[in-house]
Design a protein around this ligand. Structure first.
Ligand code: NAD
Ligand code: WQD
Length: 338
C-alpha cells in the first residue's frame, strides 16, 4: 500500500514517514519546503535505510500535484501540509485561509480525479475552542476558535465531512492532535521553528541550549493546580504511530471517523519546566508574564476512543518527551542549518 504524505518534510510529517516505512508502507512525500529543510529527506533515509520519493511541489499547484498522483498512484493521503503559526495567522489571515483551505480543496480535487478518496487529515484540539468539558472526548462540541489558523482546521473538518456526505466513497479520518513535542530517538529529526518559537517546548529547549535567555511563563493566575496553563503533551513518535493505526479506518466503507490523539494527562507550564530540568539536568530560568491573548486554562484529551477503535495508545511519558526534545536540540543547536 502506498501513502502520499503532504507536508512530509515537516515536524510531524517527517516522524510519520519513519513510522509508515517501519510498518512496511511505501511512502511518497510532497512538500514545498516553505517550513522545512531539504536535509530532512536524507536524514529520514538514514533512519529507515529506505528511499523516500520526494517531490518539491506546492499542493496548490494543481498540475504539479496531478503529475505526482499519476506517477505514484497512492492508495491514501496523509495530509499535513499547511501553515500553523497561531500568532502569524492573526496578522496574515488571507495567507492562512488561502494556503490551508485552497491547498486542501485543490488536493482533494486532484485526489478524486485520480480515484484516490482516502484521506487522513491533521486537525487540532484547537477546534474545541474553550472546551465545554474536560477530559475532552470527540463528542465535545466544536467551539469558537480565537484565531484564523484554528478556523482553517474547523472549516477543513467541515469541508472533508461534507465531501464524505456527498460521496460516501470518500473515507476520511480527522485526527485532533493535542500538543506534540519530543523528537525521534536518533536526535536527527525534530521541530525546527523559524525565529523565536511560539510553542512551549521549543522555547524551553532554546533557553536550555543558550539561544534564549529565559522562559516567559504566560500567566500564573489560571484556575489550575499551580496557576499556569495545563495541556496534554504527546510525544511526536506516538502521534506518528497514531497515523499508522488510523490507516485501518480507510478501508472501503469506513466513512468518516474522528479521533483525539493525546495522552489524557495534563501538565502545567511549571510541571513541564520541572520535568525538563529533571530529565536533562539543565536549568531553565523563567519569569512570570501576563497571560497570552487567546490562551485557555486547561485542555487535555480523553484518548479512549482511539485506544478502543484503533488499538492505539501513547507510550512515552513526559520524561521521554523532554529527553528526546533535548537530544534533538542539543545535537542540532541551529536546527537543520548545521
Ligand atoms: P510543519 O510546519 O513542521 O509541517 C508542515 C509542512 O507543510 C512543512 O514542511 C511545510 O513546508 C509544508 N507546507 C506548507 N504549506 C504547503 C503547501 N502549500 N504545499 C506543500 N507543502 C506545504 O508543521 P507540523 O507541526 O509538522 O504540523 C503538521 C500539521 O499538523 C499541520 O497541518 C498543523 O496545522 C497540524 N497540527 C500541528 C500541531 C502542532 O502543534 N505542531 C498541532 C495540531 C495540528
Ligand atoms: C502551551 C502552554 C502557554 C509558550 C498551540 C496552538 C494549537 C496547537 C498546538 C496547532 C500554554 C504556555 C507557551 C511560552 C508559555 N497547534 N507558554 N510560554 O497554545 O496549547 O497550542 O500549539 O494546532 O492550535 O494554539 O501550545 O506550546 O503555545 O503553549 O508560558 O513561551 O505553554 O501559555 O499554557 P498551545 P503552546
Amino acid at each position: 500500500m502506498k501513502i502520499l504524505v503532504t507536508g512530509g518534510a515537516g515536524f510531524i510529517g517527517s516522524h510519520t514517514v519513519v513510522e509508515l516505512q517501519n510498518a512496511g508502507y511505501e511512502v511518497a512525500v510532497v512538500d514545498n519546503l516553505y517550513n522545512a529543510s531539504p536535509k530532512v529527506i536524507g536524514r529520514l533515509e538514514a533512519i529507515t535505510g529506505k528511499t523516500v520519493s520526494f517531490y518539491k511541489v506546492d499542493i496548490r499547484d494543481r498540475e504539479g500535484l496531478t503529475k505526482v498522483f499519476e506517477q505514484e498512484k497512492p492508495d491514501a493521503v496523509i495530509h499535513f501540509a499547511g501553515l500553523k503559526a497561531v500568532g502569524e495567522s492573526v496578522r496574515k489571515p488571507w495567507e492562512y485561509y488561502e494556503n490551508n483551505i485552497n491547498g486542501t480543496l485543490i488536493l482533494t480535487d486532484v485526489m478524486r480525479k485520480c480515484g484516490c478518496k482516502n484521506i487522513i487529515f491533521s486537525s487540532s484540539a484547537t477546534v474545541y475552542g474553550d472546551p465545554a468539558f474536560i477530559p475532552i472526548t470527540e463528542e465535545c462540541p466544536k467551539g469558537t476558535c480565537t484565531n484564523p489558523y484554528g478556523w482553517t482546521k474547523w472549516m477543513l473538518e467541515q469541508i472533508l465531512t461534507d465531501l464524505h456526505t456527498a460521496d460516501p466513497e470518500w473515507n476520511v479520518v480527522l485526527l485532533r492532535y493535542f500538543n506534540p513535542i519530543g523528537a525521534h530517538k536518533s536526535g536527527t529529526i525534530g521541530e525546527n521553528p523559524n525565529g523565536i518559537p511560539n510553542n512551549l517546548m521549543p522555547y524551553i529547549t532554546q533557553v536550555a541550549v543558550g539561544k534564549l535567555e529565559k522562559l516567559h511563563v504566560f500567566g500564573n493566575d489560571y484556575n489550575t493546580h499551580d496557576g499556569t496553563g495545563v495541556r496534554d503533551y504527546i510525544h511526536v513518535v506516538d502521534l506518528a504511530k497514531g497515523h499508522v493505526c488510523a490507516l485501518k479506518k480507510l478501508e472501503p466503507g469506513s466513512g468518516l471517523s474522528i479521533y483525539n490523539l493525546g495522552t489524557g494527562v495534563g501538565y502545567s507550564v511549571l510541571d513541564i519546566v520541572k520535568s525538563f530540568e529533571e530529565a536533562t539536568g539543565v536549568k531553565v530560568p523563567y519569569v512570570i508574564d501576563p497571560r497570552r491573548a487567546g490562551d485557555i486554562a486547561e485542555c487535555y484529551s480523553s484518548p479512549e476512543k482511539a485506544e478502543k477503535e484503533l488499538g492505539w495508545k501513547a507510550e512515552n511519558g513526559i520524561r521521554e518527551m523532554c529527553e528526546d526534545a533535548w537530544r534533538w536540540q542539543s545535537m542540532n543547536p541551529k536546527g537543520y542549518e548545521d
